[in-house]
Design a protein around this ligand. Structure first.
Ligand SMILES: Nc1nc2c(ncn2[C@@H]2O[C@H](COP(=O)(O)OP(=O)(O)OP(=O)(O)O)[C@@H](O)[C@H]2O)c(=O)[nH]1
Ligand SMILES: [Mg+2]
Length: 465
């Protein structure tokens, strides 16, 4: 997402930074290029034009023109204006009782998945969500929601497959919900191939009956401008209160995300970034602007990581690292945590400058599969060897390679890099430097060099994971 737009913005900023002083012509030329890349990213024409005009007005203001670092000022202007374009502030759900959320959208947009994602999230926040299957069209739809509900331990209302009256289903569901002790009801509805009159009529009836506080349009970001016009159609039909943009993990060009708020006037409330139920987050305009400008979204990253890290264990190994006691047992613990985090690719994409950096990494640097080899090697060691890797000499290395189904070269490499890492941890100066890197996210390249190195890539020193 946003890759080519980010690249083009980065180029523009680089050019502007190259000038000591900036002229009106420099700015106009640069903005012309940005306008083109916005259009290429499938941003709606008038939205792109407005955006450029706003940026231009500010950029031609005195502060920028007289500044000694005009490039930096312009980045800030872009950040502010992108934030504004994306909606300004985050808009929370209205969950006042009776909290009812109606999910609507085109076929395959991700309504059912998103219903479950939202339920999981609300549950984490301490609420008691209930899922209600109101898709009477696709035979497997009710079961799909049932399966997802079971995964997250959220009760699901499953109407009889022969039922055809949606309002009756909703009525029965409300009765069922009374005994379920739930606090938020999420209604998953049937998809529409396109705006189909009959289905829209049914949806209107359901909406009228439920009078939901929230009607969320689930829209597939990959469909670009179409997603925006779909939002307008649904809004006219039932009145939507917010948008969930799904499939932002794909190669969508970002136009839907950037035009949605401006064209429909409705806030994007959540985004889906993967098929898994945890690939779901609140939409924060400012964070997204940071991501587009490759300034990173460390806040979201920390939130995602925090959920999955065993804090106690992490603290324990950090302490052992500081004391220079870190061994292969700690290493195994950390491996388990990393695996739990899911694809590193998406996660690291939230770090500042990562979009650029990723291109320089060896192709498999972010592939967690290769950790399996390392893990297999460590698991083939005896407990004593894990504690004191220095005792692992020739024949032991051979045995470990055989036991783990790897090669002696891989075993040697792992041991060598582990040794180097321990040495580095023991030298206090380096330790401080490392902490600084981790805290300030300063030079991620060193830190990631290790990632490449461990997999047999061409990375250098640094942390091996
Ligand atoms: N990559 C990716 N896939 C997603 C995302 N959200 C949903 N999907 C996938 O999109 C497909 C359709 O999702 P559903 O939730 O069944 O969509 P729906 O809108 O309920 O579809 P219908 O009920 O048939 O209209 C599934 O394969 C999901 O796993 C997302 O954020 N990213
Ligand atoms: Mg569905």
């Amino acid at each position: 997402m946003f890759n080519s737009l980010s690249d083009s913005l980065e180029n523009t900023f680089k050019k502007l930074r190259g000038h000591g002083k900036i002229s009106e012509k420099n700015i106009s030329d640069a903005l012309r290029e940005v306008r083109l890349s916005l259009l290429e990213a499938d941003v709606e024409f008038s939205i792109a034009k407005d955006f450029i005009n706003k940026v231009k007005e500010k950029a031609l203001g005195e502060t920028v023109m007289k500044s000694i670092k005009p490039g930096e000022q312009i980045v800030k202007i872009f950040h502010d204006e992108l934030t504004e374009l994306l909606g300004g502030d985050q808009v929370p759900l209205d969950l006042n009782p009776p909290a009812r959320i109606l999910m609507v959208g085109l076929n395959g947009a991700g309504k059912t998945t998103t219903s479950a994602k939202l339920a999981m999230r609300l549950k984490k926040e301490g609420r008691r969500p209930l899922l209600i299957a109101c898709d009477l069209y696709r035979p497997a739809a009710i079961e799909q929601l049932g399966t997802l509900g079971a995964q997250i331990d959220v009760p699901v209302y499953k109407p009889d497959a022969s039922e055809t009256n949606l309002v009756k289903v909703a009525k029965d569901a409300l009765k069922w919900a009374e005994d379920q002790n739930g606090t938020v009801l999420i209604f998953d509805t049937a998809g529409r191939q396109e705006i189909d009159e009959k289905l829209i009529e049914e949806l209107k009836d359901l909406h009228k009956f439920l009078d939901p506080k929230e009607t969320l349009l689930v829209a597939d970001a990959a469909t670009g401008q179409q997603a925006v016009s779909v939002a307008n159609h649904f809004d006219e039909a039932v009145g939507i209160t917010g948008i969930v943009l799904t499939k932002l993990d794909g190669d969508a060009r970002g136009g839907a995300a950037l035009s949605m708020r401006g064209v429909t006037g409705k806030p994007i409330k959540y985004i889906g970034e993967g098929e898994k139920l945890e690939n779901f987050s609140e939409f924060h305009p400012e964070r997204m602007a940071g991501r587009i400008l490759d300034m990173g979204d460390v806040v979201s990253m920390v939130e995602q990581v925090a959920d999955k890290i065993d804090e106690e264990k992490a603290m324990k190994s950090a302490k052992r690292m500081q004391e220079g006691k870190f061994d292969f047992n700690d290493f195994l613990d950390q491996m388990a945590m990393i695996k739990n985090l899911g694809p590193l690719d998406g996660l690291l994409g939230m770090l500042p400058g990562m979009k650029k950096l990723k291109k320089q990494l060896p192709a498999d640097a972010l592939n967690t599969d290769k950790f399996k080899h390392m893990e297999a090697i460590v698991l083939s060691m005896t407990p004593k060897e894990r504690e004191r890797p220095e005792i692992i000499k020739g024949t032991r290395r051979k045995r470990i390679a055989k036991g783990s189904g790897t090669t002696i070269i891989e075993v040697n490499r792992l041991l060598k890099q582990f040794g180097e890492m321990r040495k580095m941890m023991r030298s206090k100066g380096k330790m401080k430097q490392m902490m600084k890197q981790m805290g300030g996210m300063g030079d991620m390249k060193d830190l990631l060099g290790g990632l490449g190195g461990m997999g047999g890539g061409k990375g250098g020193k640094g942390l091996p994971f």
